[in-house]
Design a protein around this ligand. Structure first.
Ligand SMILES: [Zn+2]
Length: 144
């Protein structure tokens, strides 16, 4: 589900080179287990998702975009401290994923499921009982 938060949510990278504000609804957190997310995040990726227009970059001097060619997506990261921040499909869906770990710790978002568990690594178990999807959740977890 998406949540109207009482105040605009803020977040940023470790070094402060990237800071953002979210002026709108945030989807609850979905963990992505795909190999590409694991390689760039160092473990699974936990993401909220917001409207593109809701994400305001306050500081972006060290924000850089990595073109992930397969699948064709763009990953926003800090080129100074290495933080993984954004995932943007740029396919017209008007949503951008924001890494949950980069959010300032003042929100009530909860983890609601797992995607791409077919690519999960073998060093951990997924045993929290939340809905899991072999690949994309195809919108099943996105409803308002
Ligand atoms: Zn940084």
């Amino acid at each position: 589900m998406t949540k109207d938060l009482p105040e605009a949510l803020t977040g940023g990278c470790l070094c402060g080179g990237v800071r953002y504000r979210i002026n709108g609804k945030c989807r609850d957190i979905i963990n992505c287990h795909c190999e590409n997310c694991r390689r760039t995040h160092g473990h699974i990726a936990a993401y909220t998702s917001v409207d593109q227009s809701a994400l305001a970059l306050i500081r972006q001097q060290t924000l850089q975009w990595y073109h992930d060619e397969s699948p064709n997506t763009y990953r926003g990261f800090c080129n100074r401290c290495g933080a993984s921040l954004f995932w943007d499909a740029r396919d017209g869906r008007n949503k951008i994923a924001v890494s949950a770990g980069s959010l300032d710790n003042s929100h009530e978002l909860k983890t609601i499921g797992h995607v791409y568990v077919s690519e999960a690594a073998k060093y951990y178990e997924i045993d929290d009982g939340l809905p899991s999807f072999e690949t994309s959740n195809s919108g099943a977890l996105e409803s308002d």
